[in-house]
Design a protein around this ligand. Structure first.
Ligand code: ADP
Ligand code: ZN
Length: 818
């Protein structure tokens, strides 16, 4: 986490006034100016540069004539700061051809030292231009500008994040000398020279494009020295050209599932495609929400829509959650399109560079990738698809904290392209936009392909299984169902949702959980004493520590016994290791394989592929793992899906926990019954009456949505209104608390001065109140729409920093409140 420099120093009325001024006036600092005795200045061109140093500002620099021309999007190196350290930055605009530091055009301001009227300051000069061609085009620069403003992140850091590290480093690149013929004339040649020419002629290496790598040419001609080549070049018969060759391995993994035959769209799909094609034909920005149940043929529609766009001579980006990219999906696209590029984080730096360069050179029509693929240097975009648009993993949790889906919509707008958001369980935000905004349309696929039925859903109340030694992870019903599946030679997937934390306080007997009286969230258990002045009373019947609501700050003591039934309360926590242990005890003959995101994220992604291949070929009976199994996998022989604990995400103190639970159960259920064999889903839960679980069991998305929207509206939570969080952290708690108070005062002052409609909560400790020795606090901001928040942050980032200085991070539209 990198703090915004400008957010750290003492607040005063003067500072705030200065901040408001800085919004309008361009100022300069020692970063890009040096002091000069003479007032006369050399003529030169001026560019504006954004650095990746964390400084929330851009700076003007002189460009010497010998480096001209330069374009926005070029990377440059320039001296920066008092000690003139060379820093890398992006040229973001060309300023007028003048020398004096003036032009009050800048959007974000920095407070400069007061400049004495007697002294003159001159701009510094850039040192070099790093890349031959600009890395970013005007559209991506505009997108970066929007992200910088909307997500409150220094422009330079957004730009740096847009280009993969492998591209900046030139990873996996080798320079190879190619040789080609320039003249066909017959001249007298030595034997060796003739041998070389013969090879070139036989290979028709007459153009630069068709040249032969030098080493290969010499080998074929049986020549061991460079001498003859040099002579030929002197005579003007051949030419040498250096070409860049990418050494990265192919980025698209080998096929392990057979390509599906020709698909004939059903009536529902045909109708949906017509509506999408009409929107694409308009050649204008618009959004389609494709709401289709699992296995309804959404991916097939994406492919058809892309085909429409390619026929128009335009191109497409397909965004998938990172974990879906490791499934068959990439192959489905690559078997349908020739010129495809993939971008995701399991590629090596060299592979990424090769893919990026392929896109940049115009050699890819379809880019498929994770969140960051939205920054692909693709021209002529006609369509952007965001699959599983509801996925929280589209939100980046480091700087810049952007939401991939929302950036995709913005890019589509800048490109005049259509955007398809696909999901079986659309987020409430997207659904609300779809109803409210006129450039949105809703297209529904209510049925599975080939009239396959939805899987049968069965609920298993786990509190009945609560044994003397704690919770069993596998109920007797699930055990019996697994045995049946094995007997029929079919397969099962078990999902263990590990996102729960043990600080979820629960009564196994009457299912009572400690919840806030004002807000619809569970309380979080804190071991430490409360931080404020009110002394915490503990007694013989209380756990030491306290439970707290992270929305309204209400605190209560934690009873050792359930307030309703007087039985002991427990803290719930589950482990995937326990699951495998239990499986081997209960089903000793089953071939079980455990996968989790940790094992997948490791360098051994090949291991994960092998597991999927073995599962596809039937060498594994039961695949057990975390959320990653919920996405994109298509195994026709899977007839049973078991959700080990459907309620662990409900225990999270997050207002979206119901939505996540509903989405998760629906997604996982989608893995069952993907062929003529009927599928069943066993949902184990300690909270069988919980509405999110009940609606998911009935496949009732609309029922869930109307109940949930009711709650959200009552509490003014998104999609009603917007939210942002100011996260602050430091290793010293007292210092952090003081900085948080200073921040709260400043926010209050800006809100009052500008008359903004924003509600503030906090500072309060984050749910995970300490990570890696850093204490964490947060201030939650809520507003009816984005405008007041944007105005607040614009002023805040141009104000002097908060003191004492701590790490500050702003999260706009957070998807994770922990
Ligand atoms: P979703 O993305 O909604 O889960 P997919 O597009 O992956 O659905 O389709 C599920 C499976 O059904 C895929 O194997 C796909 O090839 C196949 N499929 C799609 N449309 C049809 C259709 N009209 N008829 C038969 N099979 C289809
Ligand atoms: Zn509350």
């Amino acid at each position: 986490m990198i703090s915004l420099n400008s957010l750290c120093s003492p607040w005063s009325a003067i500072a705030l006034a200065a901040a408001t001024m800085a919004k309008k006036n361009k100022t300069y600092s020692t970063a890009n100016l040096f002091e000069s005795d003479s007032a006369d200045t050399a003529a030169g061109r001026i560019i504006r540069v954004a650095f990746d140093t964390g400084v929330d500002n851009e700076f003007d620099y002189l460009v010497p004539d010998k480096l001209w021309p330069i374009q926005p999007g070029h990377r440059i190196e320039a001296p920066f700061g008092r000690n003139n350290k060379l820093q890398t930055g992006f040229c973001v605009s060309i300023e007028e051809n003048v020398q004096r530091p003036q032009s009050p055009k800048r959007k974000r301001g920095v407070i400069s030292e007061p400049q004495s009227a007697r002294r003159t300051f001159r701009l510094k000069t850039i040192k070099r231009i790093i890349d031959k061609a600009p890395l970013l085009d005007a559209q991506l620069l505009a997108l970066a500008d929007w992200i910088s403003k909307y997500y409150v992140c220094p422009f330079g850091q957004v730009l740096a994040a847009m280009v993969p590290g492998g591209v900046k480093k030139g990873a996996g690149v080798k320079k190879v000398k190619y040789i080609y013929l320039t003249s066909q004339e017959d001249v007298k040649l030595s034997k060796k020279q003739q041998a070389i020419i013969d090879v070139l002629k036989a290979r028709r290496a007459v153009t630069a494009k068709a040249g032969i790598p030098k080493a290969r040419l010499l080998e074929m001609a049986g020549v061991s020295t460079d001498g003859p080549l040099k002579k030929l070049a002197q005579k003007g018969i051949i030419k040498l050209a250096e070409r860049v060759v990418f050494t990265g391995l192919p980025a698209i993994p080998e096929k392990f599932a057979k390509a599906p035959g020709k698909v004939v769209l059903n009536a529902e799909q045909t109708h949906a495609l017509t509506k999408i094609n009409q929107a694409i034909a308009a050649h204008a920005f618009g959004v389609t929400l494709l709401h289709g149940v699992t296995n309804s043929g959404k991916t097939e529609l994406y492919i058809r829509a892309i085909q429409t766009v390619l026929k128009q001579g335009r191109r497409a980006i397909v965004m998938l959650p990172e974990i879906a990219l490791t499934t068959q999906t990439v192959q489905r696209f690559s078997s349908r399109f020739d010129r495809i590029a993939v971008m995701h984080c399991r590629l090596t730096a060299g592979q990424r560079n090769a893919q990026w360069q392929k896109i940049k050179a115009g050699n890819a029509d379809v880019v498929i990738g994770a969140r960051s693929s939205i920054f692909a240097p693709l021209a002529d975009i006609g369509l952007i698809v965001v699959d599983e648009e509801h996925e929280p993993s589209y939100k980046q949790d480091t700087i810049p904290r952007y939401h991939g889906r929302d950036v995709a919509i913005k890019r589509a707008q800048l490109a005049g392209a259509h955007c398809i958001l696909g999901s079986a369980t659309p987020s409430l935000e997207t659904l609300t936009n779809c109803k409210a905004k006129k450039h949105y349309q809703l297209v529904t696929l209510a049925k599975r392909v080939m009239d396959l039925p939805m899987p049968d859903m069965k609920l298993i109340d786990m509190s009945a299984q609560y044994g003397a030694h704690g919770v069993n992870l596998i109920s007797t019903q699930l055990e019996a169902a697994l045995k049946e599946v094995l007997a029929r030679d079919e397969q099962a997937i078990l999902l263990l949702n590990r996102r729960g934390y043990s600080n979820f306080i629960f009564c196994p007997n009457c299912k009572h959980t400690l919840r806030c009286q004002n807000c619809d969230v569970t309380l979080t258990f804190h071991k430490r004493r409360k931080l404020d002045t009110t002394p915490t009373v503990t007694g013989p019947h209380m756990h030491s520590g306290y439970a707290m609501c992270h929305y309204c700050l209400a605190q209560t003591l934690v009873p050792q016994r359930c307030p309703l039934c007087k039985r002991p309360m427990t803290m719930i926590g589950l482990g995937s290791q326990k699951l495998t242990e239990e499986l081997s005890k209960k089903l000793p003959a089953a071939r079980v394989c455990r996968v989790d995101s940790d094992s997948m994220a490791s360098a051994d992604a090949g291991g994960y592929w092998r597991v999927l291949r073995d599962f596809a070929s039937g060498r594994i009976d039961i695949l057990a793992g975390t959320q990653m199994l919920a996405k994109g996998l298509h195994f026709p022989n899977v007839t049973l899906v078991g959700i080990i604990s459907a309620d662990t995400s409900l225990s999270l103190p997050d207002f979206r926990s119901n939505e996540r639970t509903f989405q998760l159960i629906s997604q996982v259920a989608g893995r069952a019954g993907r062929s003529a064999k009927h599928g069943i889903v066993l949902v184990q839960t300690l909270l069988p009456d919980q509405p999110a679980i009940q609606f998911a069991l009935k496949h009732d998305y609309n029922g869930f949505v109307s109940a949930e929207l009711g709650h959200r509206q009552k509490c003014n939570l998104p999609p009603y209104g917007r939210m942002a969080i100011v996260h602050m952290r430091d290793t010293k708690f007292d210092k952090l608390e003081a900085a948080c108070d200073a921040m709260r005062w400043r926010l209050d002052a800006i809100i009052e001065a500008e008359g903004l409609d924003i509600k503030l909560r906090g500072p309060m400790p984050a749910t995970i109140s300490r990570i890696q020795r850093y204490h964490r606090m947060q201030i939650i901001l809520q507003a009816p729409d984005p405008a007041p928040l944007q105005s607040l942050f614009t002023t805040l980032r141009s104000a002097p920093p908060i003191r004492p200085a701590v790490k500050v991070a702003i999260d706009v539209d957070p998807v994770n409140l922990l």
